[in-house]
Every structure is written in structure tokens, then in C-alpha cells.
Unconditional design. Structure first.
Length: 249
């Protein structure tokens, strides 16, 4: 049933699995169907986020956007169409580094005043957020997670939080588990939904699994858990769902 206002949704993955690309597709879907979305990106710049969105919407190789001198002339009409489509979406971006809870809340209040509503906040990602310097880092992050859950309830919006998984997730080259979430106790307790993203082609590359991926709904307070098979096109930064009885390539 997807996320609902007031819920905290956590997406966990190891680096380079495609957390940001997945989140950007969620952003576009919510903005197109429901209303304003705020993206708080402490890793990528606004320019990089826009390039990735253009690549995904226009089905354009991201490398060509980053190096226009090597791009074929045929892509520019697709770029123009993608930009026009994105301009129509109510997406707000804050790309300042080291945001804290107060910063996110303040920006969310600003967007809600300007846009008249705020459906979702995307935070990329937990481990880059600032906390209370007097606390140990694990306690800081747990406090941040609880604060983001309160923010979702107070604002009446979805908070979609990205989080790194611990290095233990790399040890078996198999799909991650809930206990691989860094500081997992606080996250697992506060989150309404937890998604674990994994790309087999990244973890154990073979010729036949370069695009194979999955997202596991590992926790869902108000619905079922299951694993959704996906196809990932890294060039265009797109995840696509595949039939569960099919074998994604």
C-alpha cells in the first residue's frame, strides 16, 4: 500500500547499491501524484541530483550529461523534454551538508508555507546528519531517527530516510538483513517501514546478473513483508519492477 502521511520509511543499503537513484524515483512519483516533496541531500549537490533526474526521466546516459563534450547530438531533445517534465513537479531541494533535525524541520516548515502542503521529506542520508555532540554517535543517530519520526507526525507527511548498512552486510555477498542496519535498534523501533536494497550484480558480479536487483520490505507495521525483484539500469539511474516469476537480467 505504500507510505502514508505520518510514517517514517527507511531505505537501507551498502554504498553504491543505488539508494539515491531509488529515492529519486520515489520523489518523482510522489511529486507527480500527491504533491510537494522536500529533498534534503547531504551527499549530492543540487546540480548532481538534477542531472540524475534528467538522465532517469529522459532515459539518457548520465555520463553524457556529465561530459557534454562526448555526448551525441541526438540526446538534447530528450534532455529538453525531461527538464520540462521535471520543472512541472513540486520538488524542493536543500543540499547543505551536515543538516540537523532543526534544519530539516525549519526547511520543511518553509516549504509548507510556500507550497501550501508538504507530502514527503527525503533525507539522504542518516549517517551524514548532525546530532548532539555531547552524545556518543550511536545515541546521536538514534535520537535523529526518533526526531524524524516525530517530524513525520507533526507535519503530517512521509519521511523517507536513507541509511547506510554496516560492513557486515558485505561479508556474505547475500541480501542484507535488518541487523545490518547501522545502529539498527533505534531505526528498527522507530520506522514504520524498512526497505533493504540489494544488487546482486554489484555484490557478486557475473555476466548474467549485471542489472539484477531487489528491494526487501523487511518491516511493515501495517502490511505484509516481501521481496520485490527489480531491474537496474545504471546508465540512466532507473529501477524497474519485474514480474516475480521472471528472471531479471
Amino acid at each position: 500500500g505504500g507510505g502514508r502521511r505520518g510514517e517514517l520509511i527507511v531505505l537501507g543499503a551498502r554504498p553504491s547499491m543505488g539508494k539515491s537513484a531509488f529515492a529519486l524515483q520515489v520523489v518523482r512519483s510522489i511529486a507527480a501524484c500527491a504533491g510537494p516533496v522536500l529533498v534534503c541531500s547531504m551527499e549530492d549537490s543540487a546540480g548532481m541530483l538534477i542531472s540524475r533526474q534528467v538522465a532517469s526521466v529522459g532515459r539518457i546516459n548520465l555520463a553524457h550529461l556529465r561530459r557534454p563534450d562526448i555526448a551525441p547530438d541526438s540526446i538534447w531533445s530528450a534532455v529538453t523534454d525531461a527538464i520540462e517534465e521535471l520543472q512541472a513537479l513540486p520538488i524542493w531541494i536543500d543540499d547543505r551538508a551536515g543538516l540537523g533535525l532543526r534544519d530539516v524541520r525549519r526547511k520543511a516548515s518553509y516549504v509548507r508555507r510556500r507550497a501550501g502542503d508538504l507530502v514527503a521529506i527525503v533525507v539522504d542520508y542518516l549517517q551524514l546528519m548532525e546530532g548532539d555532540a555531547e552524545e556518543k554517535r550511536a545515541y546521536e543517530l538514534n535520537a535523529v531517527v526518533r526526531g524524524l519520526k516525530r517530524l513525520a507526525k507533526d507535519m503530517g507527511c512521509i519521511v523517507f530516510l536513507l541509511s547506510q548498512l554496516s560492513r557486515k552486510a558485505d561479508e556474505t555477498a547475500s541480501p542484507p538483513r535488518l541487523d545490518h542496519l547501522a545502529e539498527s535498534g533505534g531505526i528498527e523501533q522507530a520506522a514504520d517501514i524498512i526497505l533493504l536494497l540489494w544488487r546482486e550484480g554489484k555484490a557478486r558480479p557475473k555476466p548474467d546478473n549485471a542489472h539484477k536487483a531487489q528491494v526487501e520490505i523487511a518491516k511493515h507495521k501495517n502490511g505484509p513483508t516481501r521481496t520485490v525483484p527489480l531491474h537496474f539500469d545504471g546508465a540512466t539511474q532507473r529501477f524497474m519492477e519485474v514480474a516475480e516469476d521472471a528472471e531479471p537480467q
